[in-house]
Design a binder for this molecule. Structure first.
Ligand code: NCD
Length: 306
């Protein structure tokens, strides 16, 4: 059976920590890995828009000496002719050694994995999960804080539809002494199933609030998110909620001096550009880390030792 990464819990904590070690080695010694995936092909099948995830996967494979193929919108694939996801995957697995797939429907990568022997990586499924963004986030937290655990993290914005939040909560609840602060408007709270499965089942305490200002001084990490317009049922609700939180230098005055600010990007309005200059802003470093950790993941799934 191939090894698929559909959910972040498909990896043990030990495996995640090993991926982080490999990513650190890749960042320090990129030349060592230049030929590691020679003659291997990665397919990126993106049925939904993407900049960072798709390009970081492609850039990762190219930096490993492999090659890439794929499509970046459903309209340019046979999905537009009515082909099923299963048949598309079956076809692509005749060409590629590993597949990264993004789809607007929750569970689509899991379904796709039933049609192939080639490893499938979930690159985001609807409002559900985004495990490789979580690996990126974990590497960033590890690099910024020097540890994974023993901190208070605030998730702010669209916790309902934000798949990166769901996966990161699922991952971090397996580490020691993480305090979760969930900051959102009432309508965009973290879904009950994530709270039940990740936090309540383990007896992990968490705080819910709609005020970022009130909790700002407590946070070691602030994970900002975009309000996910494409998942709303009506535009009016989106327009009402889209600017619920806008992080500005003024709001950061009450934050800890060693706060780390993360955002999976793209940002719309939720972090003012003036914050980019603040040394606590880690989101551009996060983009770079996404390439290193995806390189590590590709090597692992293809069972290549360097
Ligand atoms: C995120 C996603 O696609 O879920 N982006 C990303 O992959 N870096 C976050 C978002 O779109 O808001």
């Amino acid at each position: 059976m191939p090894r698929n990464i559909i959910d972040v819990t498909d990896l043990t904590v030990k495996e995640i920590n090993e991926l982080i070690d490999t990513a650190e080695d890749i960042a320090a010694n990129p030349e060592k890995y230049r030929e590691a995936c020679r003659y291997k092909q990665l397919a990126t099948l993106f049925f939904e828009p993407s900049t960072r995830t798709r390009l970081s996967f492609e850039s990762a494979m190219l930096a490993l000496g492999g090659s890439v193929l794929g499509f970046s919108e459903a309209n340019s694939s046979s999905a537009a002719k009515g082909e099923t996801v299963g048949d598309t995957i079956h076809t692509v697995s005749c060409y590629a050694d590993i597949i990264a797939m993004r789809h607007p429907k929750e569970g689509a990568p899991y379904a796709a994995a039933q049609y192939t022997e080639v490893p499938i990586i979930n690159a985001g499924d609807g409002g559900h999960n985004h495990p490789t963004q979580t690996l990126t986030d974990l590497l960033t937290i590890h690099r910024e804080k020097g540890r994974l655990g023993g901190f208070t993290i605030g998730f702010c914005g669209d916790l309902k539809f934000g798949r990166t939040v769901h996966s990161l909560v699922n991952a971090l609840c397996r580490y020691e002494d993480v305090n979760f602060v969930l900051i959102s408007p009432l309508e965009l709270k973290l879904p009950r199933y994530v709270k039940e499965e990740a936090l309540k089942k383990r007896g992990i305490p968490y705080k819910q609030t709609d005020s970022l200002e009130a909790v700002m001084p407590d946070l070691d990490i602030l994970y900002m998110t975009r309000v996910q317009r494409e998942r709303f049922f009506n535009e009016e609700d989106y327009l009402r909620l889209k600017d619920s939180y806008i992080l500005t230098p003024e709001k950061l005055e009450r934050a800890k001096a060693d706060l780390s600010i993360l955002h999976p990007l793209p940002r719309v309005n939720e972090i003012s550009v003036a914050v980019d200059k603040d040394p606590r802003a880690a989101y551009w470093k996060q983009v770079k880390n996404g390439k290193f950790i995806r390189m590590a993941l590709i090597l692992k799934l293809l069972d290549i030792q360097v």
